[in-house]
Write a protein that binds this ligand. Sequence first.
Ligand code: PGA
Length: 234
Amino acid sequence: MKIIAGNWKMNGSRSALESMIHDLESVDTENKVILCVPFTMLGVKSDRVATGSQDVSAHTHGAFTGEVSAAMVADTGAKYAIVGHSERRAYHNETNDIVRAKATQALANGITPIICVGETMDEKQAGKTMEIIESGVRESIPTDASSDIIIAYEPRWAIGAGLTPTDAEIEEAHTLIANILADMGLAGTPVLYGASVKGSNAAQIMSIPNVDGVLVGGASLKSDDFIPIITSVK
Ligand code: PGA
C-alpha cells in the first residue's frame, strides 16, 4: 500500500473537487488517496478519498486575521494538513521552528501533518542537500510526535519544473530520512517523494527503497493525470 497525496495548491473549485472525487471513487486501488485542497474546498465528503489542508496556523485561536487553525481544519472532517511546503517556506518565510509549531497544532487536533523538507538549487549546488534534509526533519517534527506524521521529501528545485533527481539521489535522501526517523523513535513513519511526479515516472519512483508514496502537485489537478499515478502501483 502506497500513499498518493495530491496538492492542489491555489487551484480548483468545489465543483472540480466533487468531480475529481466522483472519478476517484470508481478507481480500483488499495493505495491511500489524499487530496490537499484550499481551505474553502474542505468539507467535501468522500468515503474513498481523504482530504487535507495545505497549511494550518501555528496558533490555536484569536487575533490572527486570515489564519485558519488546525481545530477549524479538523472541524471540516479533514484528516491531514501539509505543513512546511516549499512555497510556504519560500514566500511566507516559514522556518523549521514555524513548521514544527504548525505540526504541533495539527497533532493536537487529530490531524496528521504531512511535513515537507527539501533543498533549494543553491543548497544542492553547495553540496548541502543531506544537511538541509537532516535539519529539516529533526527541527520540523514536534518533539513529542507519535508515529502519526508523514514526511514528504520535496527537492525544491524540482517542484513544478519537470525535473526529478536521479533514482540514486532519491534513494539516498529517503534512506537518510528513514534513518533519522528511526533515530528519533519514529521508525515506520511514511516518507513520500514529491516534485514533478507524473503517470510516466510514478511507478519507478515508488519502487525506490524507502519511498512510501508520492506528493503530487500539477498532475493531481485532473483525473486523467492523477488516476494513472494512483493505479501505477498496487
Ligand atoms: P509538482 O508539485 O508535482 O507540480 O512538481 C509538487 C508539490 O509542490 O507538492
